[in-house]
Design a binder for this molecule. Structure first.
Ligand code: NAD
Ligand code: DAU
Length: 359
């Protein structure tokens, strides 16, 4: 076994950030197994494509023969499972892909990870880790006065996405409890930052506001999310990978709860300042309240005391600077935006927003 890690789903938003930082900050190799769904873009990683410590493999985590051959070939010391269908609205419109990748994909990965891990000599077995990247949505929803989610909060997933991630977390737990596979699970709050696919709230609002399009806020705009800059999430994952206690779960959050309407208004104000457009007036005038998401969770809040205490991790990027950095990044990467907003993306925007905006 060598110092290589196998990352799944590394061509998506968080995986891209993780790999770029991993190559820059460590001397270890990374193998990226990604199916390149609509959310995965090989171009995200073009700056490391030819790097001697980076290998891209186009494939599916459900393909057990492929996963087995990658494990034999690259002998990784860890698997980090980012691969998932990740958008709640898409899970409502079409749940099968979520069960396929999030549940059956994680299952396939665990099967092969276990077989390979069992074949290792004891020293390598002790060193190996399976890090499963999960979400705070498994805990369900909070009322305004409820305490934040802890690792001990019972699972109560509400959307097909959350249910599929909860199921995957349970499989990971069982593979540790039953077979002894050295697993770690992280449950993180909403990320934002560079490379985020513009179906999610923050990049969607940045691009619509830039282009003078309606800003579709679901319901009353008072659903609350706990926003974390993606680099802080990646730093937390590195800490968990290196020093997390095997079999444990770690909550990761930004200590940064904000109602959606506040996030959207902040984006409008920053864009008004950075890219003034007299023809639009104040961009907050583009805010349009639309039909709510079915089963829309009201509030997420993460108690990350455990990872702070045990692993000395805490969020470092304040929202005020993180959102500016994110907007600046999108303004500087409009060629990337145009590339990924082709074909399939337009279909999704039409499917999700045409009826909502017509109301
Ligand atoms: P994303 O949708 O941007 O990227 C997902 C990646 O997985 C894509 O590159 C896609 O091509 C790949 N993929 C999908 N199905 C695959 C399959 N069957 N085999 C191989 N690759 C496949 O997602 P993201 O926002 O980067 O999230 C990454 C992980 O982090 C997910 O597991 C998600 O549940 C979790 N998470 C995300 C957030 C967030 O705010 N984005 C917060 C907490 C946890
Ligand atoms: O909490 C972690 C989760 O955060 C991750 O596990 C998911 O992968 C990630 O997609 C995210 O889920 P959300 O559903 O919270 O993120 P999204 O960006 O889709 O929505 C954020 C909030 O904004 C939510 O309350 C719904 C609202 N929203 C979203 C969109 C796309 C709108 O009001 N309008 C929109 O157009």
């Amino acid at each position: 076994m060598n110092n290589t890690i196998l990352v799944t789903g590394g061509a998506g938003f968080i995986g891209t950030n993780f790999i770029l930082e991993w190559i820059a900050k460590s001397d270890a190799r990374v193998v990226n197994l990604d199916l390149l769904t609509y959310a995965g873009n090989r171009r995200n990683l073009s700056s490391v494509e030819d790097h001697p410590r980076y290998t891209f493999v186009h494939g599916d985590i459900r393909d057990e023969a492929l996963v087995a051959s990658l494990l034999r070939k690259h002998q990784p010391r860890a698997i980090l499972n980012f691969a998932a269908e990740s958008h709640v609205d898409r899970s409502i419109a079409g749940p099968p892909a979520f069960v396929q990748t999030n549940v059956l994909g994680t299952f396939a990965l665990l099967q092969q990870a276990r077989l390979w891990w069992e074949s290792l000599p004891p020293g390598d077995q002790a060193r190996f880790r399976f890090l499963h990247v999960s979400t705070d949505e498994v805990y369900g929803t909070l009322e305004p006065q409820d305490p934040a989610f802890q690792e001990t909060t019972p699972y109560a997933p509400n959307s097909p996405y959350a249910a599929s991630k909860a199921a995957s977390d349970m499989l990971v737990r069982a593979w540790h409890h039953t077979y002894g596979l050295p697993v770690l699970t992280t449950n993180c709050s909403n990320n934002y930052g560079p490379w985020q696919f513009p179906e999610k709230l923050i990049p969607l609002m940045i691009l619509n506001a830039l282009e003078g399009k309606p800003l579709p806020v679901y319901g009353d705009g008072w659903n609350i999310r706990d926003w974390l800059f993606v680099e802080d999430h990646c730093a937390a994952l590195r800490r968990v990978l290196e020093d997390g206690r095997v079999g444990e779960t770690y909550n990761i959050g930004g200590d940064n709860e904000r109602p959606n309407i506040e996030v959207v208004t902040a984006i409008c104000e920053i864009l008004d300042e950075m890219v003034p457009d007299p023809s639009l007036g104040k961009r907050s005038g583009l805010i349009t309240y639309v039909k709510d998401r079915p089963g829309h969770d009201r509030r997420y809040s993460i108690n990350s005391t455990k990872i702070q205490r045990e692993l000395n991790w805490r969020p470092t990027e304040p929202f005020e600077s993180g959102i500016r950095r994110t907007i600046e990044w999108f303004l500087a990467h409009l060629d990337w935006v145009n590339y990924i907003r082709s074909g399939a993306y337009q279909q999704w925007i039409e499917q999700n927003y045409a009826e909502r905006l017509a109301q």
